[in-house]
Design a protein around this ligand. Structure first.
Ligand code: BGC
Ligand code: ZN
Length: 368
């Protein structure tokens, strides 16, 4: 079967690889599930892996199949699989457990291991292929009514984890009724964070660089959130005018913003940082002021990455809720489909160059 792969360490090495079709007996104890891949989304991580900024091949291979935002249909299950049946739609979690205590309790997204295993990213093949076999432990059922949006579940799981972490941390306050939220960045993650925060009843202000109106600012308006262009109103001014912000979700990919956000977080507020920034940028910050604000305001900042199945399940619920609240709204995310694994060059070019893309994805096989 075909797969889209890179040679880790070699920039621009994306190519079509050939792999044997897997079978359910590769998973022990009759627990194998054979999934036919239907769609796979791509994001900045895939771009950076193809640029050889990171990424590692599984042991015994010199290439890595990419793709971690998967959606597929179950074709066959082992005799001890009770959770799924053929015909079920599923998405797969990305990380697999390592050896830390967190991995042992299903919280592999908070592993303390230095070497982590992530499908399509680090040491495990990804899903940009025709079939994969997995233990149902790592497969999350996608309701039929969400089948067109299945490819959005992995990015949604990432924002769900961030927001769930914020609520979990804020239990320290005994009572926390967040009213105003800021989302920094209006890309896929920013839009999904705005959606989830609106669904939790908050007034949401999204800050982005692009001048409104454009698709993303329109989508933000459609769910009753507010879009601000940062060249008209910066985050500090935004906080003075529309704050105090009880929660700020950072998703710009630009690390200096984290310090600006710390500086304008409300008292008792929580700042969630989700950008994976591989560079070594340095900035000067008002250290005393930020520190003082955190101390006197009892504030918290938390970093978040990846997601375990609990957050994928939350994503299923929020996407379902959103589809009921704003029918058709999510379908606007599916801006750039590319048909067929063989069109891998077009897929990567679209990811790098397409203006106004929210989600670029490969249509590996048709959804029935
Ligand atoms: C993925 C996460 C992953 C992270 C770091 C992101 O693009 O969505 O699942 O943990 O990259 O590798
Ligand atoms: Zn990703």
């Amino acid at each position: 079967m075909k797969a889209i792969a890179v040679i880790p360490g070699k920039p621009g090495s994306v190519h079509l690889a050939e792999l044997p079709k897997p079978n359910i007996n590769e998973i022990p104890n009759g627990r194998g599930v054979l999934v036919r891949v239907l769609r796979v989304g791509v994001d900045g991580t895939d771009k950076e892996i193809n640029a050889a900024e990171y990424g590692a091949a599984p042991s015994g291979y010199d290439f890595l199949v990419i793709g971690h935002e998967s959606f597929g249909i179950v074709e066959e299950v082992g005799k001890n699989v009770t959770e799924l049946v053929p015909g079920d739609y599923v998405t797969a979690t990305v990380r697999r457990p390592g050896g830390s205590i967190y991995d042992k309790i299903g919280k592999y997204d908070t592993t303390t291991d230095d070497n982590y295993f992530e499908h399509g990213i680090n040491l495990l093949h990804g899903f940009l292929t025709e079939y994969y076999v997995e233990d149902p432990e790592y497969l999350v059922k996608v309701p039929r009514g969400l089948k067109e949006y299945g490819v959005l579940l992995e990015p949604t799981s990432v924002i769900e984890k961030g927001i769930a972490q914020a609520y979990e941390i804020q239990r320290r306050l005994r009572v926390w009724h967040p009213k105003r939220a800021a989302v920094l960045g209006a890309g896929t993650i920013g839009l999904l964070a705005a959606m989830a925060l609106r669904l939790r009843g908050m007034q949401v202000h999204v800050f982005g660089r692009t001048r409104a109106p454009y698709l993303n600012s329109d989508l933000i308006g459609q769910i009753g959130a507010h879009y601000h262009t940062t060249d008209e109103i910066n985050i500090m001014q935004g906080a003075e005018k529309h704050g105090p912000f009880d929660i700020i979700f950072e998703a710009t990919g630009f690390s200096p913003i984290a310090f600006e956000a710390m500086n304008c977080l409300g008292k008792n507020g929580v700042l969630v940082l989700s950008s994976v920034t591989g560079g070594d940028r340095k900035v000067e910050v008002p250290a005393d002021m930020i520190n003082l604000g955190f101390v006197l305001g009892n504030k918290v900042v938390v970093g978040t990455v990846n997601a375990n199945r609990e957050y994928f399940e939350m994503g299923v619920k929020d996407l379902s809720h959103a589809e009921h609240e704003w029918p058709g709204w999510i379908s606007n995310f599916l801006t750039h489909p590319v048909k067929g694994l063989e069109n891998y060059k077009e897929l990567m070019n679209t990811l790098t160059n397409a203006k106004g893309a929210i989600k670029v994805f490969c249509e590996v096989a048709p959804i029935n």
